[in-house]
Design a protein around this ligand. Structure first.
Ligand code: NAD
Length: 308
């Protein structure tokens, strides 16, 4: 089995690379815009590993690099929801166009299987919590989420039109070792700069679900191996939620900092496009036989310790 992993030098992708190398050969295709060579340190020792430094927007290079592969795991994208406010075209290119190029390269190389990292943000501000996979209508409120939903639509329509199979995973917040962005990295950087104060975006009541990155890639592979439909859509997260204010308390506690002043910027969300309440129903993947090992608070503590 030969796996092609876009964004394989990134936070989640590199963990998937480590897992897939136990089952076969892996080609990583990454432009290193946010990925890091050090995340592939172990992988590079494996004779079944190949690294191609390239951009998904370079279609000819992508098509050539994918030759001989059986499976595509597609992680590469702009990972930051916030950039859409200033650069809306970025998600169109790095999300929808990049996914379209991946699908076209698959068609050209007769690769039939794609596994995609989508996001809970496709649900927008869902009125049903925990939100199940068949919730609708899907009304994204960020450009990032629009690009994820557009990419999902290209994948399902390619599956139908060209006899491919797709696994679409709508992630909660994924955290853990090799984390390079998100709330924990943000809080850590701010407190390193000024241990006396912590700026918190919003009023702190935003409440979301968090999943450990190793659990994330393990359950993805498990669901791929156990769900053989043409299109397979799964939410991945923990069964509970935690507030931003509680995360701030945990971070301060873990750093053992006395008297940190918490400064809330105010408002019900951190930025334009932020979904204040996110809770995913994971009943569908649980029915396959999976159970998260940590709740959100345990995942946050573990991830923060690993960042330190
Ligand atoms: P990441 O930034 O660490 O990984 C993305 C990788 O893709 C990086 O290695 C980057 O260099 C590469 N890349 C980006 N654009 C590229 C391009 N045009 N061509 C080639 N390579 C390119 O981010 P991550 O957190 O590991 O996220 C992985 C995927 O999971 C993304 O699609 C992200 O949207 C999705 N996701 C992440 C989370 C989360 O909590 N981290 C939540 C929901 C969805």
């Amino acid at each position: 089995m030969k796996f092609f992993v876009t964004g394989g030098a990134g936070f989640i992708g590199s963990h998937m690379v480590d897992l897939l190398l136990k089952e076969g050969e892996v080609v990583v295709y990454d432009n290193f815009s946010s990925g890091k060579m050090e995340f592939l340190e172990d992988a590079q020792k494996n004779p079944g590993f190949t690294l191609v430094e390239g951009d998904l927007l370079d279609y000819d290079k992508l098509k050539e690099a994918m030759s001989g592969c059986d499976w595509v795991y597609h992680f590469a994208a702009n990972p930051d929801v916030r950039t859409g406010v200033k650069e809306p075209g970025r998600d169109l290119e790095q999300g929808v166009q990049a996914t379209f190029n991946v699908l076209e390269a698959m068609r050209a190389n007769s690769v039939e299987n794609i596994v995609f990292s989508s996001s809970s943000t496709v649900y927008g501000e869902a009125t049903v919590l925990p939100t199940p996979e068949d919730y609708g209508p899907l009304v994204p409120i960020s450009i990032y989420a629009a690009a994820k939903l557009g990419s999902e639509a290209f994948i399902t329509s390619y599956a139908h039109t060209f006899n491919m199979r797709g696994w679409i995973f709508r992630f909660a917040n994924i955290i853990g070792t090799r984390g390079t962005h998100g709330i924990l990295v943000d809080f850590k950087n701010k407190l390193e700069n000024n241990p006396a104060e912590l700026e918190i975006l919003g009023d702190g009541t935003q409440k979301k679900s968090y999943l450990n990155v190793v659990e994330c890639v393990e359950v993805m592979k498990f669901a791929v191996d156990n769900s053989p439909e043409q299109v397979n859509i799964f939410n991945l997260g923990s069964e509970d939620q935690i507030t931003v204010a509680r995360i701030a308390e945990i971070v301060v506690e873990e750093l053992k900092l006395p008297d940190v002043k918490l400064n809330y910027t105010g408002g019900d969300r951190g930025w334009k496009g932020d979904v204040p309440q996110m809770s995913l129903s994971i009943e569908k993947v649980k029915k396959l036989g999976w159970q998260p090992k940590r709740n959100s608070e345990e995942a946050i503590r573990d991830a923060f310790r690993s960042l330190l």
